[in-house]
Design a protein. Sequence first.
Length: 273
Amino acid sequence: MPVIELTDMLSLASGAAVGLILGLIGGGGSILALPLMIYVVGVSDTHTAIGASALAVAVNAAISLAGHWRAGTVKWRCAGVFAAFGVVGAGTGSSLGKLTDGDLLLGLFGLLMIVVGAAMLRREPGQDDPDVALTVDTARHLIPRLGLAGLAVGVLSGFFGIGGGFLIVPGLIAATAMPMINAIGSSLVSVTALGATTAGNYALDGLVDWRLAGLFIAGGFLGSFAGVALASRLSKSKQALKLVFAVIVIGVGLFIAADGGLTLWGRFGPGAA
């Protein structure tokens, strides 16, 4: 009979927390996967945590994508071009991430969390073009925009091992002016592809803890159901919840950046041996 360890329970609970946030406010929760793996589950190696979190994010995004596909909110051609360029960027970014010192990588990730939290506090733009589509006539101006945005987001996604939905959604809107609901559904194509690319790159060097990733995925699957159920009940409070979550992201980012900075100072500062 398999023994359930404390780390297994913490992995399930952490995955459920990420899934709950994703289901409740519609995005941003996956950025907590890496700090939860390191500071709650207790994964000591930053690169192993990135590999496992990238895989978990990719699988959970694929599950969510199926729902948006059924709802007809995915603009597949635009999403496909963005994802294709993003995969190239993710391959490059994840290779750079593997070569970067783990403490430095963690410190930079903390700074990214601060930027993301601040961006979440801003009001979302109201411009949209619900009829936008990638056709022969629109390809000349849409493909360069989608390609450039996808490449940039892919590099960041691969480097930090994140899904990047919080970057992909505004990137798609800026490139195409598609409505928010279409950007969210279409972004999941890239989140799935970028996460799988990053996880695959890390797996080549044995930097994916498959058991940990599986527990995180299972927890996220269960948490997403709870989040979706709560979302309808708390619909009037979702903006307030989003603001609270943004503050939490900034706070965690400050802690991680400070922790990484102090570790590097201890290793390379004036008093280091």
